[in-house]
Design a binder for this molecule. Structure first.
Ligand code: SF4
Ligand code: SF4
Ligand code: SF4
Ligand code: FES
Length: 942
């Protein structure tokens, strides 16, 4: 069944807020919500009305005049897409007169449309072709000799799609998709009447417009005017497989449209949550890495990292790894080995890695890359509310009146949610942005933040305390909520603390750099503007006080009563596709599945009975502790699934030295990444297209990942872990990932109701999913907090040890860009490099001028732990004193300069604050452990 056969109801559904409207269409009775179009009502009644400019993902426009109908008792032939139902209406969609009118319109369209259906890539999947057949038009009386658009040149500028204006019928579906669905407003209709043409930006090519290549216009186009280049190249797909995007924590649902074992295109799933048919450039187009020639498809081993790799059989590689781990444990002790799970792999794969560590290595030395991103979220939200996860589903933002975005950049890092949020903002919600950098949301088409609190990096806690101060001292506490829902004694202490003068906006202004009046106004808006919701990202967590800030936001939300219903809440935007899931299924060294502490004897017994082993009650090593132990000589072997710690973890010198000190580093990945340079065994992993499993997105939504092609290297990642466990003497008997999920559900109360059968039936579910909530839980803490009463915590601001001074006078903060993903392993191997082919250092014009740095010039960024070179981007997006860069390219080695500082509670690294100096250099000079460079370069870098 192809995506293209999905039924299109013509116009969007309307919510039933009152009695249904009853009417008759071609003699068929139908009842629909008020506000429904006649076109949709007809489709629901099983009556097909021809249409071209309407589609059910967009509000109707009424331009093509094909959907005309007759209504008894009314004159004329209204367009059914723009006419809404009324009680008792009798509508006729077929008559001689209507047929004539429709044929006439269609002939005019055809006269300006190339008649080359047989060679057109859309043949068989083209709405104009279908409608022409439906209204009985094969040829045109008007001929092709008159004025037409047939000779207009194609725009091939976008790497992923073509615009062929000769096939455009100016239905404006693309324009409306770009405006309403994506919110970029990159397209307009230029000219009038017959001269109308679709115009990207200032009538230039797509690549020179504001287009962000989300594909919404391509999706909406009813002809072949906007078409994926992959479809043109490969032809129409033969089948599709519904799966989940392998990139960010939004977790969009897609249909992988296939021809044989080739992906023809990825089409966002119209019925899939949470994206409902929308996508971004990464999920929609950047899947070419899956078949990139750099993929390693054969297992490899080597005795030392100085030796070249040797391709071997799977058996030999697995045996070699197993022997290495066994020898190390015999020689150095049980705790000398461990594992790192991946937030890019499935829940089932992640679960097996932590199971291997606990049940086969017999220790708890397992950690996940979430350590370096959202571990403070787990700690903070569990402490305050009782659950280590966001409170809302994404759809909840549609009910928000005030949206506060802190340390997140949704339009770049979570683009589909960014579009959903922008829709709400265009509809009138107010916006507060707290970020050292002027992210796009601060000002974009039809959106302007009410307040941009441009704080200095590292001062989040001072800012949230100042907002709390305003709330408690200006009588803005929701006393009833706090009385009924929160622990009274903790609240009283917190209230006193927040009210202290040293937490006032005036007192903290010198710390945060945000004018007190702005903080006061923003706090008042948050507390009194109706439903107020917080969305936050790594700009909150990746600090030495990351956990304190999460607690601070939870305090503010509880004090103002903004938890426990739609439109409110505290919501982490997770970076990678399965950060939430990898944490849920027990990747942390102190927790088993469902965030339950390993020291709990009753809990351990349930796992011991299921796994048939004795479990170590002591929490294991966190990632940074593993590195320290490796350098101490007590940690010697590691199994790393799908994580490039040499590039993504802070203070790369330290990480690489630790890896170098180990005797058995096993890397399971798609590519020979930076970490693999230190590996003794390389096990080729599989992409999301090559495996079955589940991902859990930022809103706790568990969605199926389905195998579209067989794994190129022969095994799915979960099967590789099983082979390793077996070679270590512990057989794991699973024939399909569904059985792994069944085990997770058996052992985890919040997952008790999750099964593949349910996921097939419902599409996806949000945990908790159990007897109390068999269909899952979109909004948490309704009525009462998971922990019972909400807990306030004192959030004293303690400045980070990372200070600026004469030697390192600027603060470096890091982030991501739309077209690239994390350390770029995947996106750098796609055409996305046309948008971003290097990391740049954003620097304020004043700071640049002071240092004689021109836009585009090479600069050297030095911190107390290392230095890197990259080119400058002079911009006032960052404030004076602050510089910013991304970390997508290993050539840049951004994390060479980030330090060992970390969050006090969770060890999440302080990526977001590094004191640096920036100076011009004539060309790139690097000092990355993975890229030692020439002796001259190294000398120059010192
Ligand atoms: S490009 Fe496609 S969607 Fe846009 S106006 Fe032309 S036919 Fe309609
Ligand atoms: S690809 Fe997306 S951003 Fe670009 S023009 Fe189309 S809808 Fe707009
Ligand atoms: S928003 Fe995230 S999940 Fe959705 S398509 Fe883009 S990268 Fe994939
Ligand atoms: S579909 Fe109604 S006017 Fe085009």
């Amino acid at each position: 069944m192809l995506a293209i056969s999905d039924k299109d109801f013509g116009t969007p559904a309307r919510l039933a807020t009152g009695p249904l409207v009853e009417l008759e269409i071609d003699g068929r009775p139908i009842s629909v919500p008020a506000g429904t179009s006649l076109l949709r009502a007809a489709a629901l009644a099983g009556v097909t009305v021809p249409k071209l400019c309407a589609t059910d993902s967009l509000e109707p426009f009424g331009s093509c005049r094909l959907c005309l109908v007759e209504i008894e008792g009314r004159k004329g032939y209204p367009a059914s897409c723009t006419t809404t139902v009324e009680p008792g209406m009798k509508v006729h969609t077929q008559s001689g007169k209507l047929s004539g009118l429709r044929r006439n319109v269609m002939e005019l369209y055809i006269s300006d449309h190339p008649l080359e259906c047989l060679t057109c890539p859309a043949n068989g999947n083209c709405e104009i072709q279908d409608v022409a057949a439906m209204v009985g038009v094969e040829d045109t009386r008007y001929g092709f000799a008159g004025k037409n658009h047939l000779a207009l040149p194609k725009d091939e500028s976008n790497p992923y799609f073509t615009f062929d204006p000769s096939k455009c019928i100016v239905c404006s579906r693309c324009v409306r998709a770009c405006d309403d669905t994506q919110g970029t407003f990159a397209l307009t209709i230029d000219g009038r009447g017959f001269a109308s043409v679709i115009s990207p930006g200032q009538n230039g090519p797509f690549m020179e417009s504001e287009c962000v290549s989300c594909g919404a216009c391509v999706q909406a186009c009813p002809t072949n005017a906007l078409t994926e280049k992959s479809l043109i190249e490969l032809g129409q797909p033969e089948r599709d497989v519904v799966t989940t995007c392998g990139y960010c924590g939004v977790g969009c649902s897609f249909k992988a449209e296939m021809k044989g074992s080739q992906v023809v295109r990825m089409v966002p799933n119209k019925d899939g949550m949470p994206n409902l048919g929308h996508s971004c450039v990464k999920g929609r187009f950047a899947w070419g890495y899956a078949t990139h020639p750099d993929r390693i498809l054969k297992p490899m081993i080597r005795a030392t990292i100085e030796q070249p790799w040797r391709e071997v059989s799977w058996e030999e590689a697995i045996d070699y790894a197993a022997q290495g781990f066994r020898r190390i444990q015999q020689q150095y002790g049980r705790g000398a080995v461990g594992g790192i799970t991946s937030s890019r792999c499935t829940n089932e794969e992640t679960y097996l890695v932590q199971k291997l560590v606990r049940a086969v290595f017999h220790n708890n030395n397992v950690d996940t890359c979430a350590r370096v991103c959202h571990s403070p979220t787990g700690y903070g939200l569990k402490t305050a509310f009782g659950t280590s996860a966001g409170t809302q589903d994404f759809a909840s933002v549609a009910k928000a009146d005030v949206i506060m975005v802190i340390g997140a950049n949704p339009t770049d890092a979570h683009p589909v949610f960014g579009s959903i949020m922008k829709r709400r903002l265009r509809a009138g919600a107010r916006l507060i942005v707290a970020d050292p950098r002027r992210i796009d949301l601060v000002k974009s088409p039809h959106i302007k933040a009410d307040y941009h609190l441009q704080l200095k990096p590292g001062t989040n806690v001072a800012l949230i305390n100042a907002m709390a101060h305003v709330v408690v001292t200006e009588g803005l506490v929701n006393e009833e909520f706090v009385r009924n829902r929160c622990e009274a004694a903790d609240f009283a202490l917190w209230r006193r603390f927040a009210a202290e003068q040293r937490n006032s906006p005036e007192a903290t202004e010198a710390i945060t750099g945000v004018p007190a009046a702005q903080v006061r106004a923003a706090a008042r808006l948050y507390a009194t503007g109706g439903n107020a919701t917080i969305y936050y990202g790594l700009g909150v967590t990746e600090h030495s006080q990351g956990s304190t800030m999460v607690l601070g936001m939870a305090n503010l939300a509880m004090a103002t009563g903004n938890v426990g219903r739609e439109g409110v809440g505290v919501n982490p935007l997770r970076g990678q596709n399965n950060v939430q899931g990898s944490c849920d299924v027990g990747s942390f060294p102190h927790e088993l599945t469902g965030y339950r502490h390993i020291s709990d004897p009753v809990l351990r017994v349930s796992f011991e009975e299921e796994w048939g082993v004795h479990l170590d009650p002591e929490p294991g090593l966190r990632i940074p502790n593993m590195f320290d132990a490796a350098l101490d000589g007590s940690f010697k072997g590691i199994y790393i699934q799908g994580e490039d710690i040499a590039q993504s973890d802070p203070d790369s010198h330290h990480v690489c030295a630790a890896l170098k000190a180990m005797e058995m580093v096993v890397v399971q990945d798609l590519f020979l990444n930076e970490t693999a340079k230190y590996a003794h065994v390389f096990l080729p992993g599989s992409t999301f297209l090559e495996k079955d499993g589940t991902f859990t997105n930022s809103e706790r939504r568990i969605s199926r990942v389905r195998k579209a092609v067989p794994p190129l290297a022969g095994y799915e990642d979960w099967q590789i872990t099983i082979m390793l466990a077996k070679a270590l003497g512990y057989p794991m008997e699973y024939s399909h990932p569904s059985e792994i999920m069944d085990e997770i559900a058996r052992l985890t109360p919040t997952f008790k109701g999750v099964s593949y059968e349910k996921l097939e039936r419902l599409g996806s579910v949000q945990w908790p999913c159990n007897d109390n909530a068999p269909a899952g839980t979109p909004v948490m803490h309704v009525g009462q907090f998971v922990r019972g009463k909400g807990k306030f915590t004192i959030t004293e601001f303690l400045p980070t040890d990372e200070r600026t001074g004469p030697r390192y006078p600027l603060l470096l903060t890091t982030g991501r860009i739309l077209s690239q993903y994390n350390v770029g392993t995947q996106t750098r191997r796609t055409a996305n490099v046309v948008w971003h082919n290097e990391d740049r250092l954003e620097i304020h014009p004043h700071d640049a001028e002071e240092r004689g740095i021109d836009d585009g010039a090479w600069v050297r960024v030095s911190s107390r732990v290392g230095s890197i070179s990259l080119r400058a981007l002079v911009t006032d997006r960052v404030a004076p004193g602050v510089v910013y860069t991304t970390f997508h390219y290993p050539e840049t080695g951004t994390n060479v300069v980030t330090t060992e500082n970390s969050d006090w509670a969770t060890n999440c690294p302080e990526y977001k604050v590094t004191a640096v100096q920036v100076m011009p250099v004539p060309a790139r000079r690097r000092q990355t452990p993975g890229h030692q460079g020439t002796g001259a370069e190294m000398a120059a870098a010192k």
